[in-house]
Design a protein around this ligand. Structure first.
Ligand SMILES: NC(=O)C1=CN([C@@H]2O[C@H](COP(=O)(O)OP(=O)(O)OC[C@H]3O[C@@H](n4cnc5c(N)ncnc54)[C@H](OP(=O)(O)O)[C@@H]3O)[C@@H](O)[C@H]2O)[C@@H](O)CC1
Ligand SMILES: Nc1ncnc2c1ncn2[C@@H]1O[C@H](COP(=O)(O)OP(=O)(O)O)[C@@H](O)[C@H]1O
Ligand SMILES: [K+]
Length: 553
């Protein structure tokens, strides 16, 4: 095994691989706010205006990069670092790191994309300081110099483009990135891997594949959204002297989905509590041949902490549901109860209204395994018109493919929160014109248009509220991509809504719990394993909440 292979071995657990929770690989150091490159530039501007110079920030950023580089090089004897420097301030960070690593005795070579004379501002200053410090060698970045540099390097630092990337890589630049990726040398990216758009994670012209990225002050959406996330490797967030107070002016509406977002809205059962204090959730299930999805959701709702859960279904499906359920109650949706003809079944809106007239049933889920068609639309209308809070998933969404406005109109008339949990296919059916947008903008616009909290699912699930808030989830293991896993997620949202959590926080917490349960169940999981895997997840939350209380005392 050569040095590069030995080091690459250290990172085989990078962003795209491994079974552990991906959240563990993100350094959300300092706060869960996510800043777009434009907001980051504003943070920079406000900091400089408060009296901290730009070169001070650049020196701190370069030092964080140098430290990360050294930590990646511990497995080698004679470290040789190749630093690729771009024309802007990302390159400036590279010059600072080059100077520091040179001063620390490492073998450093820098390759510059543009002539030193074209450098501006703090990047020009950093280049001069590097030269004055006895300059590590520097040359123009060309295919030939890169080929030679890669053949000698133990580590590449990618300081070509960061926040300032304003178009996809193309032509010669894209080829250079391909050469780096084919070079077999681990890469440390400064801020973002070059080619990844920090605002939305797009990488239309390809990007440099990093083993690790060091970003500054706060993570950027591009570190979390695919495909960007798959280029970042492990992400560290270095605090470089920007005061969190700047966020009061920037007011970021986007966060990483973690407990800081929703824990104050979640409450464990109180000592003197009653099951009705934690709500009564109802799942509307489909016909006899498709009952599993609703059961998965109902089990998840109960595990997520709803005090009671009822599965309501057509009479023909009652027996099969009853045979599989114990703590969950089953209820037949019989026509006739609401003054309709006896004997018929399935998709009856009247019995749904009837059941939901019991106001203790405070949250309902409809869609999984329910069937697509006009009857489903009637049932969705009955749910939205009768219950305090609702989750719409799967067939409930698909049934509105040709009339989404009717759904949004009904949601607008709801008293409480409505949460929609579409996967990409369901999303496209309801919002065909938004599908070409980046995932974050698509989810946000969908939430605004529909009036519902939108959970746009996938490996990088986005949760968006109609008021503009949004969060990106990062803890879901790929094992969750399995049949029925989305039904479980819908059930968790339902269980949290039943307990009285507001829609956005319930949706975000559910997505996070679902990811944790996926990691808990681990490789080989099936959706049936997920509800029970919520137990250790909840236990840890309770322990953490208890810890917080102790600290407050
Ligand atoms: N904000 C902060 O608080 C701090 C920020 N810091 C650092 O500053 C970095 C941002 O610096 P930045 O704004 O100078 O942008 P940067 O990423 O160097 O790129 C701009 C250059 O790239 C070029 N270019 C763009 N796309 C291209 C493409 N596809 N293909 C080819 N060229 C392309 C573009 O050139 P042009 O469009 O003119 O051709 C322009 O010259 C940030 O990532 C962080 O590392 C730290 O020092 C700490 C504090
Ligand atoms: N590659 C992936 N990594 C992590 N989570 C994923 C991945 N693909 C899908 N998921 C998650 O798995 C669930 C699948 O939901 P869905 O597509 O509705 O499946 P189903 O309809 O079979 O229940 C969603 O919560 C989604 O976010
Ligand atoms: K970079």
């Amino acid at each position: 095994m050569n040095k590069a292979e030995a080091m690459a071995d250290l990172w085989t657990d990078g962003a795209s691989g491994g079974g552990a929770s991906p959240a563990a690989k993100l350094g959300a150091n300092g706060g869960n706010e996510l800043l777009t490159p434009a907001q980051m530039a504003e943070a920079d501007r406000l900091t400089i205006a408060s009296g901290i110079s730009g070169i001070t920030l650049m020196n701190a950023a370069g030092e964080a990069v140098a430290n990360a580089a050294q930590s990646m090089l511990t497995a080698t004897d004679l470290p040789n670092v190749l630093i690729l420097c771009g024309p802007g301030y990302n390159g400036g960070d590279g010059f600072v790191a080059a100077r520091l690593l040179h001063q620390r005795g490492l073998e450093v070579k820098t390759l510059l994309l543009k002539k030193p004379g074209s450098l501006k501002g703090d990047a020009a200053l950093a280049f001069e300081e590097m030269r004055e410090a006895g300059a590590p060698t520097w040359q123009a970045l060309t295919p030939a110099s890169l080929k030679k540099g890669l053949s000698e390097a133990d580590l590449v630092i990618d300081a070509l483009f960061g926040a300032g990337l304003d178009r996809p890589l193309e032509g010669g630049m894209a080829k250079l990135a391909e050469m780096v990726n084919a070079g077999g040398v681990p890469v440390l990216a400064v801020d973002l891997p070059s080619g990844v758009n920090g605002a939305d994670g797009s990488a239309g012209g390809g990007a440099i594949q990093a083993a690790r990225s060091v970003t500054f002050f706060r993570l950027k959406p591009g570190h979390l959204l695919f495909p960007g996330r798959s280029y970042c490797g492990e992400v560290d967030c270095a605090q470089i002297g920007i005061r969190p107070a700047v966020l009061e002016e920037i007011v970021p509406e986007l966060t990483l989905n973690d407990d800081r977002l929703w824990c104050s809205h979640w409450q464990e059962p109180v000592v003197s509590g009653h099951k009705y204090d934690r709500g009564h959730a109802v799942v509307f299930g489909g016909p006899m041949h498709s009952t599993g999805a609703a059961r998965l959701a109902a089990e998840a709702a109960l595990r997520a902490g709803a005090g009671l859960v009822t599965l309501a279904c057509p009479p023909s499906a009652l027996m099969v549901n009853a045979c599989h359920l114990t703590a969950i109650m089953v209820h037949p949706l019989r026509k006739g109860e609401a003054g309709e003809a006896e004997g018929e079944e399935a998709g009856s809106a009247g019995p749904i209204r009837d059941l939901l007239s019991d106001k203790r049933l405070n949250a309902a889920l409809i869609g999984p395994g329910f069937g697509v068609g006009p009857q489903t639309r009637e049932c969705v209308m009955a749910v939205l018109g009768s219950v305090e809070t609702a989750v719409l998933d799967a067939d409930a969404l698909t049934s509105y493919s040709s009339s989404p406005e009717a759904l949004f109109f009904a949601i607008a008339g709801c008293r409480g929160s409505v949460v929609m949990t579409p996967h990409a296919g369901e999303f496209r059916r309801l919002f065909p014109d938004l599908f070409s947008l980046d995932k974050l903008s698509a989810a946000r616009q969908a939430a605004q248009r529909s009036g519902a909290v939108v959970v746009l699912k996938g490996a990088d699930t986005v949760i968006a509220a109609p008021d503009g808030r949004a969060a990106i989830n990062s803890n879901a293991p790929a094992w969750l991509a399995t049949a029925g896993s989305g039904d479980v997620l819908g059930g968790i949202v339902l269980g949290l809504l039943a307990q009285g959590m507001p829609g956005y926080e319930a949706a975000a917490m559910a997505v996070w719990m679902h990811g944790e349960a996926g990691s808990e169940a681990g490789p080989g999981l099936t959706a049936e394993d997920l509800p029970a895997s919520l137990r250790p997840v909840i236990r840890r939350l309770v322990e953490k909440a208890g810890q917080g209380r102790k600290e407050i005392r």
